[in-house]
Design a protein around this ligand. Structure first.
Ligand code: MF3
Ligand code: CO
Length: 287
């Protein structure tokens, strides 16, 4: 989501029943993401991948949470179930029939779901539905070693960020840890976009920057907070621009970008995974 330092409005603490529901949803979401990732091979159309995602979610009793999502009422609705961001696209790439995956592509797949859904026509997923959110980057076929290293470092930075999570820790420790791990590699940490609280909405507070943002209002993690951490990392500069489609973010210098994301619940001594890591075999396809 878009980083706006200094704002905090809605931080929610989930009950253990809500966390159990989110874990059931998260497991389904991770399985659907693995399925989409396995189908992400040279020649696949992004529209086809989006169909696999939508059918997977709906047949499991969920509802896509990104489809028709609007950042604010005057903005365009997001048109797909899964954000597919290829090479220099950082996040929020669109799934359309004329976009075909090629050998050597670095493909970010970002997916969100409401679960369980009582009323499929309700845009918030129905009274009982809770949102989960996750992303993985897939190396398609013969990917350059620098692309592969970028994706691996991005995933590892997420793991490092997770390692400091527990009740009572400042939110900025997450970004600080991610930044310190990535610093020697000289990658660009995207600053305009960040992780976020999640559950009753696709995006809740607090915002979770992937670097030490000193302008952020200090927030402490609390047991029962559910958050999505999502480092977005570029091979070159951290600067991004948005395409005319109103969604897709690309790196300003055209360099490759990678994105990994999980949803977790903060606990007294650490965290619980809400979206399990996707099947590791999907990280490279068709090689
Ligand atoms: N994980 C992405 C984010 O938090 C998902 C965006 S959903 C979209 O920004 F609908 F805005 F694309
Ligand atoms: Co997210």
């Amino acid at each position: 989501m878009y980083l706006v330092p200094g704002t905090i409005s809605m931080i929610t603490i989930k009950t253990s029943e809500e966390i159990e529901k989110m874990k059931r949803g998260g497991k389904i979401l991770s399985e659907v993401l693995s399925r989409v990732a396995k189908a992400c091979v040279a020649g696949a159309s992004t529209e086809e991948l989006d169909r696999i995602a939508k059918e997977g979610i709906e047949s499991a009793g969920g509802k896509p949470s990104f489809l028709h999502y609007q950042i604010s009422p005057e903005d365009p609705q997001y048109p797909s179930t899964v954000c597919i961001s290829i090479n220099d696209e950082v996040v929020h790439g669109l799934a359309t029939p004329n976009r075909i995956i090629k050998d050597g592509d670095l493909v970010g797949l970002d997916i969100g779901m409401w679960f369980p859904v009582k009323d499929p026509s309700d845009p918030t997923g129905g009274a009982d539905g809770l949102a989960t959110d996750m992303a993985a980057t897939v190396c398609v076929g013969n990917v350059s070693s620098e692309a592969r290293k970028l994706s691996e470092a991005t995933r590892e930075s997420l793991k490092r960020g997770l390692s400091v999570v527990k009740d009572g820790v400042w939110v900025h420790e997450i970004g600080k840890t991610i930044e310190e791990y990535l610093k020697p590699m000289k990658y660009g940490i995207i600053k305009d976009l960040c992780g976020h609280g999640v559950g009753h909405a696709v995006h809740e507070d607090p915002q979770i920057p992937n670097y030490h943002e000193r302008r952020a209002r200090p927030v402490k993690l609390k047991a029962g907070m559910c958050i999505a951490i999502e480092p977005m990392i570029a091979l070159g500069s951290w600067r991004v621009k948005q395409k005319d489609d109103g969604w897709t973010f690309v790196t300003a210098d055209g360099s490759l970008a990678a994105h990994w994301e999980v949803t977790i619940a903060v606990t007294k001594n650490g965290f619980e995974m809400i979206t399990p890591w996707p099947d590791i075999s999907v990280i490279s396809t068709g090689a």
